[in-house]
Design a protein around this ligand. Structure first.
Ligand code: AMP
Ligand code: MG
Length: 414
């Protein structure tokens, strides 16, 4: 049995990064930038008003109570052809380009009274003087042309996509997504949407893995369910091995019908480890077949998800050359007394709370390795070291978050 750290090293050593491609922004969420992007333009591209109000020459505003003649109206999206001279103002909307001559905007609330409806030819009174340049966004204030907006390895969020669109870029260079074949194994399993017969249960692992794979920016390929039958398993695993990554669930423990490891090896998978000192999730197998990474995660749904969190997510991030391979890890004090496991790190599903300047956590329901309900309630996995004597409330542990990504490798206890 490997420690979590040893197993993670073996997995990361076996990963390779895939190529790159350009994709439209609408397909780029959660993808990983493969190149730096420099801004081709200034943001904003022209000096514009930050308020609805009146554009004037700043130097005219040297005392309170001055009156200006309104010479033009400038809605957003239009450009004024009238220059603003001494004692003049152009009525202007937020986001509209500043007319020539003007460098300052007097917001409506500093004009007298109800002056938002003054028309061209009318006069507007400014109640209070302003600093020249006030309420104007100057060209390049937000982002100067030529500055770096993205680096290689950056996972793309909605904000990144909005930023690229604001620069007029409709596509972005990203790394190729790993294709991940997902195969559930077990004669008791029934596909989503089909009724369960006697002794049967619904397949939960396929869809949970599907979600985890998507969230990691990769492409899930659902291969369905293989019964505990050597020939069926062999046929489906052979197809699965055409992907970049294979995730099978179930059939890797020590039961008489647990054929997964045996059939993988028959098909040429070189096993790199079998067994990790983690609870839940000990009977994980990992191997390689050519360039394909092959993970056999345990069948218990929480064990399967935890194995993904510990090993498969970092591998998928690494294959996409992401900078942040890991989940963030925080220190938190336990609100509960915790028991530990003799030879394995116990990953306790927990809810996290802000407390004082830091965090505390509480166990999230039953910790059985098949109890997905507590996984669904959990914000994180508290890492209780193997052989820990058990603890009173108030003891501190590392908690691996179930959201976000970090470039810092979590300090896994042995
Ligand atoms: P195994 O690892 O095949 O021995 O399975 C361990 C436990 O997980 C058994 O109770 C299985 O019924 C259950 N299990 C296996 N695969 C799935 C699945 N895809 N969805 C839900 N439960 C599963
Ligand atoms: Mg099974």
């Amino acid at each position: 049995m490997k420690t979590i750290d040893e197993a993670l090293d073996i997995v990361l050593d076996a990963t390779r990064t895939l190529g790159e491609e350009e994709v439209p922004l609408f397909e780029a969420l959660r993808r990983v930038a493969s190149r730096s992007v420099l801004s081709p333009i200034d943001i904003p591209p022209f000096s514009c008003s930050a308020m609805d109000g009146y554009a004037v020459r700043g130097r005219d505003l040297d005392h309170d109570g001055l009156t200006f003649e309104v010479v033009d109206e400038v809605p957003a999206g239009t450009v004024s052809s009238v220059a603003v001279g001494a004692g003049c103002a152009a009525k202007i909307m937020t986001g509209a380009q500043l007319p020539s001559g003007a460098d300052t905007v007097v917001p409506v609330k500093l004009t007298k009274p109800g002056a938002s409806d003054v028309r061209v030819g009318g006069r507007v009174c400014v109640v209070r003087a302003l600093e020249p340049g006030a309420n104007v966004r100057r060209a390049g204030d937000g982002l100067a042309r030529g500055s770096s907006v993205l680096g290689p390895g950056q996972g793309l969020s909605p904000a990144h996509l909005g930023l690229l669109a604001s620069l007029g870029l409709g596509a972005v260079a990203v790394t190729v997504r790993p294709r991940v074949a997902i195969l559930a194994t077990g004669s008791e399993l029934v596909a989503l949407g089909e009724p369960c017969g006697p002794g049967q249960i619904n397949d939960a692992n396929s869809i949970a893995a599907y979600g985890q794979v998507l969230e990691a920016g990769a492409e899930p390929l659902l291969l369905g369910i293989a019964r505990d039958d050597r020939d069926e398993l062999r046929r489906l695993l052979k197809t699965a091995l055409e992907a970049d990554v294979v995730i099978t669930s179930g059939g890797v423990s020590v039961g008489e019908l647990d054929y997964v490891k045996e059939i993988q090896e028959d098909l040429g998978v070189e096993t790199r480890f079998w067994g990790v000192k983690a609870k839940p999730g000990w009977p994980l197998t990992f191997g390689v077949c050519g360039e394909t990474l092959v993970f056999g995660v345990p069948g218990n749904p929480v064990a399967a998800m935890v194995s993904f969190e510990l090993f498969i997510r970092p591998a998928l991030h690494a294959m996409q050359a992401r900078r942040d391979l890991f989940r963030p890890c925080v220190r938190a004090t336990s609100r509960d007394a915790l028991k530990a496991t003799k030879e394995r790190v116990e990953l306790t599903r927990c809810r996290l709370f802000r407390e004082g300047g830091g965090f505390s956590f509480a166990r999230a329901g039953s910790q059985g390795s098949g109890v997905l309900h507590s996984m669904a309630l959990a914000d994180g996995l508290a890492l209780v070291p193997a052989g820990h004597p058990g603890s009173e409330p108030g003891a501190e542990f590392g908690v691996l978050l179930l959201e976000g990504a970090s470039s810092e490798r979590p300090p896994f206890p042995d």
